[in-house]
Design a protein around this ligand. Structure first.
Ligand SMILES: Nc1nc2c(ncn2[C@@H]2O[C@H](COP(=O)(O)OP(=O)(O)OP(=O)(O)O)[C@@H](O)[C@H]2O)c(=O)[nH]1
Ligand SMILES: [Mg+2]
Length: 673
């Protein structure tokens, strides 16, 4: 039996969860179609999801079409929960992108489609809500072609749109126009077909369908279906397309085991459950297994239980094999994004990182410790909730995508952990990039350096988006691996707070000098170097080099699309100017004015709040991260939560003072270059 791991993706509210429900019903997995509005669906199972009628977490449901097992992953569409979509993308064999027949292509639709195309994930498009007033399949098809991809093809036509009787009428071998359109589209990637089209030679329908399947599998073309998740129209056609056009997973169950963790949840007893997609090989219960983290370190774990998704539910099994999705018990330290078995580097982020941050304040100061533990647990389940602990002030900050995520965190803390919290005002997360090159060195024998370590570092700027790279310019083998690892890990750790307190990125840090006190030939001496010497000295050297390099602070800028009634333009334009938004394009669509441009991320929420008043409740704002730009005006700084290596004296007093060492200048030291 072949397996297809299928993602359902869309802009918020397009009908993903309703469509999932309808597909499960068509496949005979459920006897009754649940409703998002009544909170009775298979995939929106969290209390919060049912209460709010939106999806917050990705969820897996399974069914069978003929001899094909389909694992369907329903994802959230709200941009605040994009982190959930992020991890799911790496486990998909195919996707259905849902677009509303009324609203058409929306901001998140574009972002998702761009990503699906970049990752070459075979994608079908379903134009949903054909039964709702204002549905217009032809208009949406033109929008798809203009805004998403020219390689879309309507697989049928809609009738009785905008009424409960709306239907999807599939084209067949006798529709000459459909055949001609399909031949022309497919000919772009098939020379033989191109010759036939040019020469006007007839091509059999079977051959066209074969070629269609091939090109869908290579993500070159995207067939478009339409219907309604509520009435069920068009869903039978979509089911057949899922079976016929999307490729099953490949991977050898007999090869070395390799899988990835895309979701982590807690069981009733608080135990961790890892959702795993297997790419190759087989994992068995009670087997010892290597678990690789995103940073390349590995731990050993023993799997104590396996449940595999199959035909409607997840069933207890003794093994899970290539292609399958299952839930694994026993891996205590597992995090989202980890690899099981054969280590494979996790793909880089597909979406922009969160650009907002807020302080989480417990209602009772006594709850501080519990709050931190609860947030740490939430962060395990959501890889993009970054926690930052301000040790000095004993405060916890979380990074965010938006205000809705903040409300969800608040409600989750209250209902699941019984902790009431409030938030400080949301602030923007800036970044720092080095401007030039900076060098610094601390030698262990110069009397100023209290640690038994010599470290020289150089910081060079690197292209935007390249992140932090650590390199060596010392002789290989001149420093023990443990010391090297200590330096590298501390470099990454220290760069989380640059000269103005923001994450430093887009730079290369090179280790240019090193030295240590070796242990005596037999045994150990308290005078020899330890990894702690390197961990403690690295921040000092790095920050001195960074001060010489200097940094610029950059703030996140979002692109926005604003749809307003044409007569609201006069009041909206000055408001945009006040907020610092720069409209770059203006157009008119169906009596509405559409403004597109750039806006500082910090001001998006403000605009959102003002919009109803400015447009009589008619304005629709869509905004998504676009790029970073140097901050104009006074530089925003962020309070430090480290031991402040920018102030040498203070740092040494805290770190070395506590270590109880004044000077370890030792004649036994070996300085190596
Ligand atoms: N009339 C009509 N309403 C629909 C259809 N599909 C979904 N809806 C309604 O649209 C709303 C959103 O549906 P969901 O299925 O929750 O949409 P979603 O894409 O899963 O939303 P998120 O997961 O929150 O992004 C609900 O009120 C549904 O009842 C449809 O085909 N026709
Ligand atoms: Mg949903």
């Amino acid at each position: 039996m072949s397996t297809l791991n299928l993602g359902i993706l869309a802009h918020v509210d397009a009908g993903k969860t309703s469509l999932t429900e309808r597909l499960l019903f068509s496949a005979g997995v459920i006897d009754e179609v649940g409703s998002v509005d009544k909170g009775s669906t298979q995939t929106d199972t969290l209390a919060l999801e049912r209460q709010r009628g939106i999806t917050i977490k990705s969820a897996v449901a399974s069914f069978r079409i003929g001899d094909r097992a389909v694992n369907l992953i329903d994802t959230p569409g709200h941009p605040d929960f994009i982190a959930e979509v992020e991890r799911v993308l790496s486990v998909l064999d195919g996707a259905v992108l849902v677009v509303s027949a009324v609203e058409g292509v929306q901001a998140q639709t574009r972002i998702l489609m761009r990503t699906l195309q970049r990752l070459r994930i075979p994608t079908l498009i379903f134009v949903n809500k054909a039964d709702r007033g204002g549905a217009d399949f032809d208009r949406v098809i033109s929008q798809l072609a203009a805004k998403l991809s020219p390689a879309v093809i309507a697989m049928g036509t809609a009738s009785a749109q905008g009424t409960p009787a709306a239907r999807f009428i599939q084209y067949g071998p006798n529709d000459a126009k459909f055949r001609a359109e399909m031949a022309e589209l497919l000919a772009e990637h098939d020379d033989q077909l191109l010759n036939a089209v040019v020469d006007d030679t007839p091509v059999s329908y079977r051959r066209l369908r074969r070629q269609l399947t091939r090109q869908v599998a290579s993500a070159l073309v995207h067939p478009v279906y339409s219907g309604s998740a509520i009435t069920g129209a068009g869903t039978a056609e979509l089911m057949s397309a899922i079976a016929e056009l999307l490729p099953a997973s490949s991977g050898d169950p007999a090869g070395p085991a390799s899988g990835t963790v895309f979701k982590v949840e807690r069981g009733p007893a608080g135990e961790k459950i890892a959702y795993v997609r297997m790419f190759a090989g087989t994992i068995r219960t009670r087997e010892r297994l290597t678990v690789g983290t995103g940073t390349g370190t590995a731990i050993e774990a023993k799997v104590t239980g396996i449940r595999v998704f199959e035909d409607g539910s997840d069933e207890p099994r003794s093994s899970i094999a290539a292609g399958q999705i299952g839930r694994l018990w026993g891996i205590g330290q597992v995090r989202i994004g980890d690899w099981l078995g054969d280590y494979r580097r996790a793909p880089d982020g597909h979406f922009a990182p969160p650009t907002l941050e807020t302080l989480v304040i417990p209602d009772h100061p006594a709850n501080r410790g519990r709050l931190h533990a609860a947030l740490t647990q939430l962060a395990e389940q959501d890889p993009l909730i970054n926690l930052r602990q301000d040790e000095e002030r004993q405060e916890t900050l979380v990074s965010l995508y938006g205000e809705v995520q903040k409300e969800v965190i608040q409600e989750t803390l209250a209902t699941e952990f019984g902790i009431g919290v409030s938030f400080s005002e949301t602030t923007t997360i800036c970044i720092e990039r080095p401007v030039g090159t900076g060098r610094a060195i601390e030698r262990m024998d110069d009397g100023r350096n209290p640690f038994r370590a010599t470290i020289g570092l150089r910081v060079d700027p690197a292209p935007a988006g390249s992140g932090v790279t650590f390199r060596l310019e010392i002789e290989l083998g001149s420093l023990t691996l443990a010391f090297l690892k200590a330096i590298e890990a501390t470099v990454h750790e220290s760069l989380r707070q640059g000269l103005n307190g923001w994450q430093v990125t887009d730079c290369v840090v090179t280790l240019t000098d090193s030295g240590f006190v070796p242990p005596p030939p037999y045994g150990w001496s308290k005078w020899s170097s330890s990894a702690a010497d390197f961990r403690n000295l690295t921040p000092l050297v790095l920050m001195t080099a960074l001060q010489q390099a200097r940094t610029t602070v950059l703030e996140p800028v979002h692109s926005f699309r604003l749809e307003i009634p044409a007569d609201a333009l006069g009041s909206v334009a000055p408001a945009l100017a006040r907020i610092g938004a720069v409209p770059a394009a203006q157009s008119v669509q169906d009596a509405a004015s559409v403004l597109e441009g750039l806006i500082p991320a910090a001001r998006v929420h403000e605009l959102q709040l003002q919009l109803p008043g400015l447009t009589g409740g008619e304005g629709v704002l869509e905004a998504a991260f676009d790029h970073y730009e140097p901050v104009a005006g006074p530089l925003p700084s962020r309070p430090r939560s480290d031991k402040n290596p920018l102030n040498r004296q203070e740092y040494l007093l805290r770190v070395a003072g506590r270590a109880g060492r004044q000077s370890s200048a030792s004649s036994a030291g070996q300085d190596l270059r």
